[in-house]
Ligand binder design. Structure first.
Ligand SMILES: Cc1cc2nc3c(=O)[nH]c(=O)nc-3n(C[C@H](O)[C@H](O)[C@H](O)COP(=O)(O)OP(=O)(O)OC[C@H]3O[C@@H](n4cnc5c(N)ncnc54)[C@H](O)[C@@H]3O)c2cc1C
Length: 100
């Protein structure tokens, strides 16, 4: 049995959110943090043209339903991500966490 780990995912797009779901399925006890450089909750870029054209409202652009991060016990950090290359370190504003 391995000790619980802390997964830090950079980028809250489709790929990042799919990673959250996969980690949760495989490792229910691990901690998961997802970092987004953007100030708003994850949205689908594919529907932005429809939003700009006024065919849908902002309530229809979320990539995941409300409560996704609470149910998945995933910490979402908006507007906070700063990836330093090439070292695998992630700056969170407070003490840095080492990504695994
Ligand atoms: C207008 C439009 C229409 C589209 N229509 C379709 C379609 O009809 N069908 C289709 O299959 N695809 C479509 N796409 C493409 C689809 O949106 C992308 O393939 C998909 O979003 C890719 O997901 P991703 O998670 O890989 O990347 P992204 O959605 O780009 O998400 C990556 C996230 O990571 C963040 N990020 C990147 N670097 C850092 C960093 N260093 N620190 C912190 N955060 C970071 C970015 O801000 C972003 O939020 C469309 C795209 C656009 C823009």
């Amino acid at each position: 049995m391995t000790a619980p780990r802390h997964h830090v995912i950079v980028g809250a797009g489709t790929a990042g959110l799919s990673a959250v779901e996969a980690i949760r399925r495989a490792s229910p006890d691990d901690a998961v943090t997802i970092l987004s450089a953007e100030p708003d909750p994850p949205y689908s870029p594919t529907v932005l043209p429809h939003l700009l054209a006024g065919r849908i409202d902002e309530g229809r652009i979320a990539l995941r339903p409300e409560g996704f991060f609470v149910r998945g016990r995933c910490r979402l950090r908006l507007g906070a991500a700063r990836l330093r290359h090439p070292a695998p370190r992630v700056g969170l504003g407070a003490p840095a966490a080492r990504a695994r």
